[in-house]
Design a protein around this ligand. Structure first.
Ligand SMILES: Cc1cc2nc3c(=O)[nH]c(=O)nc-3n(C[C@H](O)[C@H](O)[C@H](O)COP(=O)(O)OP(=O)(O)OC[C@H]3O[C@@H](n4cnc5c(N)ncnc54)[C@H](O)[C@@H]3O)c2cc1C
Length: 325
């Protein structure tokens, strides 16, 4: 019987494991893909927007070559952190079900085995379901809901649809590296400067504006995407005009949502928030309405890597204390 099973080895799960290890808990992290899998899926070569102190698990241990780390530096940091601290992480194992057998007694079923634990901590992130537009042609092979790299699209007609930083960065990478890129965006998203509302960050917006002025990028103020065809895309602009563009590749980058099925099966309540549906939890302890079931990281309101790392530092000692009692 484990004291604590942590589901997910992103920054939240790794931070929780590190705290659990320091406190001598008998814990296990189960990760369905790779350590830091969400970061692994960032665009190749991306420089992340957070500062080093928001990303590191122990002060002064993340040392990027420039001011902020790239995807590769950050991923390497988290992987090495797990290995060097000998954290108990099992990868490529998916949790399929969590069942409450009694107070402080859960059965965790994965695709590889069955475990028992007194406490379960969900650190599953919010990348499970990339959001879809629901338009005709969205299932064509040229349509992607993640952006990984630009080089296959040099000289191609690329359409990026979305209003946040990921869409802005993808359009920038494509424009800078020789694709004929169009960013299709709602005007209010383009003009939004409030970071709390997930705007395009200024260090992406400024080079985007430069690409625009050099005519290496077009911005299209969108009302809706009408249809995606094999070699074209049909858009309606903000004035209601329907226009057809030649098109080789489409990136629909409009966010992603968590899979809350495991939690709902356990009886955990959910609610609507500005980020979509999230679990209901105590804001101090991050415990849900099911005692000994906790949630941390990007599918709670303590989002981004800073929140994902900080919350476990606060709650794991409290969990350890409760277990001792
Ligand atoms: C392109 C891009 C750039 C970003 N840049 C930044 C940035 O600069 N700064 C910042 O703070 N944030 C950034 N973010 C957001 C950041 O990645 C998340 O906030 C962070 O990953 C959250 O950490 P987490 O541990 O909560 O979740 P995740 O990192 O998403 O980890 C969750 C893990 O749980 C695993 N998992 C899910 N379900 C199961 C299951 N059933 N069984 C086992 N394992 C499971 C997943 O495989 C995943 O590895 C960016 C996001 C994107 C997409």
């Amino acid at each position: 019987m484990f004291d604590l099973i942590i589901i997910g080895a992103g920054p939240a799960g790794i931070s929780a494991a590190f705290e659990a290890q320091k406190l001598g808990l008998n814990y296990l992290v189960i990760e369905k893909k790779l350590i830091g899998n969400t970061i692994y899926q960032y665009p190749i070569g991306l420089t992340v927007f957070s500062t080093v102190n928001e990303l590191e698990l122990v002060e002064n241990t993340l040392k990027p070559a420039r001011e902020k780390p790239t995807r590769e530096e950050l991923l390497s940091y988290y992987v090495r952190f797990v290995l060097e601290n000998n954290l108990n992480v099992q990868t490529e194992e998916e949790v399929l079900n969590v069942e409450k057998l009694a107070e402080n007694h859960f059965k965790i079923t994965t695709n590889k085995g069955v475990y028992e634990s007194k406490v379960v901590l969900f650190a599953i992130g919010a990348m499970e379901y990339t959001r879809k537009l629901g338009v005709n042609g969205e299932d064509l092979p040229k349509v992607h809901h993640l952006f990984r790299e630009t080089y296959p699209y040099v000289k191609k007609n690329a359409m990026v649809i979305g209003g946040g930083n990921s869409a802005g960065e993808a359009a920038l990478f494509l424009a800078q590296e020789g694709a004929n890129a169009i960013l299709a965006i709602f005007r209010e998203d383009w003009e939004n400067t409030d970071p709390k509302q997930g705007c395009i960050k200024y260090w992406v917006k400024q080079p985007l504006e430069q690409e625009l002025s050099k005519e290496c990028l077009n911005v299209y103020f969108l009302k809706r995407v009408v249809e995606i065809r094999e070699n074209e895309i049909v858009l309606e602009n903000e004035d209601g005009k329907i226009e057809t563009f030649p098109n080789d590749v489409v990136f629909i980058l409009i966010g992603a949502d968590a899979e809350l099925g495991l939690l709902k099966n356990l009886g955990v309540e959910t609610r609507n928030s500005r980020y979509g549906t999230i679990p209901v939890y105590n804001e101090e302890t991050f415990e849900t309405n099911i005692p000994s079931v906790y949630v941390v990281g990007h599918f709670t309101e303590a989002r981004h890597i800073a929140g994902a790392i900080q919350v476990p530092r606060k709650i794991i000692p409290k969990i350890a204390e409760k277990l001792r009692v």
